[in-house]
Design a protein around this ligand. Sequence first.
Ligand code: UDP
Length: 238
Amino acid sequence: MGKKRRILVKFSGEALAGESGFGIDNSILKFIAGEIKELVLNDIEVGIVIGGGNIIRGVSAAKDGIIKRTSGDHMGMLATVINSIAMREALERSGLEVRVQSAIKMEAICETFIVGRAQRHLEKGRVVIFAAGTGNPFFTTDTAATLRAIEIGSDMIIKATKVDGVYNKDPHKFEDAVLLKSLNYEMAMSDDIKVMDDTAIALAKDNKLPILVCNMFKAGNLLNIMNGDENALYSIVK
Ligand code: UDP
């Protein structure tokens, strides 16, 4: 048996919030769990990183100077733990085995991130959700996801979004916007494209980690992409 494919899927906290933009919508959790389950059933090893923007972001928490930025970022990282626990529940409910590993130790709630242990879980077909970002303020969950993807030897990072991929201009504003199938890291860092923050992209570039940007809300899309479906829409940064 050949080596299994291993991916890391990153999505924002806002994705969990649905229309309201805040909190967690259980029907979305259930939908995402179903999409992840399809991957696992097809022998793909899956790590997940979820943002925290549906609850709190450090920059916004600290904007009027009452809360320090570092404290705001701690709050943001804790928000990702809340989302990770919710996602774990939905994945377990769908019949999968799941572990949450946090970058910040909180032993009553979940495991602490240990790369070797995470790899063992993945080899056993368990989904691993990496919570609490990098554990450090001034980083984003995109950077955390890129870091974890590299650490666990993921084939790529999948940035799962609400759009089909990366466009040359805003598809909501311009009818003639074109989906870019493939772009390089420098293009991905340019101001009008911004696939992820520069720190995340630079880390991916230095470690030759491909970044695949796709729509997570089309049923079956993630698996179609992984199966090399010609009609699947996505952009790849490499
Ligand atoms: N955060 C952090 N360090 C990290 C990752 C995240 O301090 O390594 C904090 C930061 O305040 C950030 C918040 O957690 O605003 C939520 O993460 P992010 O904004 O990336 O979430 P998303 O936009 O993907 O929902």
